[in-house]
Design a protein around this ligand. Structure first.
Ligand SMILES: Cc1cc2nc3c(=O)[nH]c(=O)nc-3n(C[C@H](O)[C@H](O)[C@H](O)COP(=O)(O)O)c2cc1C
Length: 186
């Protein structure tokens, strides 16, 4: 099975969590292609044909990103707006994504208890991801249960130890790799 990871991370060079996850995925032994939107496209111009060709070649699509303001970094939204076009992802001939798997794989700064009705973020992470879930339904993608990890902010001396965040990210990557293994057996 071919897995395409669409990585949206505007400050990847200083990333701890997502860079650890990507490093682990590269070592996983699965056939994984990683497209880092922020290095491919520095001015928001997207090569739509190249992105659609990458999607057509994939069985599994993973959106990998740090949660930014309860959603994805703008580079992924820009990609969605341009790549999921009429007669590709929707419309009378827009069945090109039908049957492929979509996994949302994200890291969050906030703790789990924040994403509860009485917590400071009020809503569940899965609720905040509903626009992605609905996008999957509309485009015929098979929406897999998202994989997400809390407590991923590393600010030296203020928020978490680097080793803690790296360990959480490695555990996150293991869950993604396990899922890819299960999908390959189906
Ligand atoms: C612009 C911005 C917005 C953020 N918004 C959220 C948010 O809505 N919820 C949250 O839990 N964390 C939020 N964070 C924290 C990031 O999710 C966290 O820093 C990231 O997952 C760490 O991954 P990295 O080491 O790969 O950068 C935000 C961070 C930034 C820079």
């Amino acid at each position: 099975m071919q897995t395409l990871v669409i990585l949206a991370h505007p400050t990847f060079t200083s990333s701890v969590a997502n860079s650890t996850i990507i490093e682990q995925l590269k070592k996983s032994g699965h056939a994984i292609t990683i497209r880092h939107l922020d290095s491919l496209y520095t001015d928001y111009t997207i090569d739509v044909a190249a992105e659609q060709a990458a999607l057509l070649a994939a069985d599994n699509i993973v959106f990998q990103f740090p949660f930014y303001w309860y959603s994805a970094p703008a580079t992924l939204k820009n990609w969605l707006d341009k790549v999921l076009s009429f007669n590709f992802a929707y419309g009378p001939e827009g069945d090109k994504l039908k049957g492929k798997n979509l996994l949302i794989s994200i890291t969050l700064g906030g703790p789990q208890e924040a994403y509860t009705p009485l917590g400071y973020n009020h809503f569940k992470v899965t609720d905040l991801l509903l626009p992605f879930e609905q996008t999957a339904y509309l485009t015929g993608l098979n929406y897999l249960a998202p994989i997400f990890t809390h407590g991923c902010v590393y600010i030296p001396g203020i928020s978490n130890a680097k080793e803690e965040v790296e360990a959480r990210a490695r555990n996150h990557a293991q869950r993604v790799v396990k899922l890819l293994g299960e999908l390959a057996k189906k």
